[in-house]
Design a binder for this molecule. Structure first.
Ligand SMILES: [Zn+2]
Ligand SMILES: [Zn+2]
Length: 167
């Protein structure tokens, strides 16, 4: 059982930075927290995200079990995970992270670029604070889903989450 950490009290105690999993996170940036449905897996990220993207591709849709999957892109080194983040290799180039207990979808990684991680926005404690800025794989969007937010779109093969290929 991993004790729940209160980052704010840790921040006060340590005078500006906290150590999680042996790494120091700069708490002067936005601190973003989140986790799975059951609470076993929590993450602590130093934000803001590089970008937030709605992905309409079939693999992301299945992975998260929703008609659109929304991911926030971070440097991997700026996200620390607590608890058992299980991993499924969804293709030769990508993996999906989820809670081994409750199954919540929490992230995906693009193997050729391990320095990036894509965290599910729905797992954020405050997703309202980070509105999406892009649509990706609009060619695979569900036909009955109408989008009128006028965000930039990417029509095909490239994941706009920093230009990587499809997960
Ligand atoms: Zn869980
Ligand atoms: Zn996708």
């Amino acid at each position: 059982m991993i004790a729940r950490l209160d980052p704010q009290s840790l921040l006060r105690a340590s005078g500006g930075s906290i150590i999680l999993c042996g790494r120091s996170i700069d708490m002067s940036a936005d601190e973003i927290t989140g986790g799975c449905l059951c609470g076993d897996v929590r993450f602590y990220a130093s934000g803001p995200p590089r970008r937030v993207t709605h992905c309409h591709c079939d693999m992301c849709r299945r992975a998260v079990g929703a008609v659109v999957a929304t991911f926030a892109t971070f440097e991997s080194s700026r996200v620390d995970w607590r608890g058992q983040l299980a991993r499924y290799d969804s293709s030769d180039c990508a993996w999906r992270g989820f809670c081994a207990r409750c199954g919540s979808s929490l992230c995906f990684g693009y193997k050729p670029r391990p320095e990036r991680i894509y965290v599910t926005l729905g797992a954020f404690d405050d997703p309202n604070a980070y509105p999406a800025g892009f649509h990706d794989h609009l060619d695979q969007k569900l036909s009955w889903l109408t989008i009128d937010d006028h965000l930039p779109t990417v029509a095909s093969a490239k994941h706009s989450a920093d230009g990587e290929g499809s997960p």
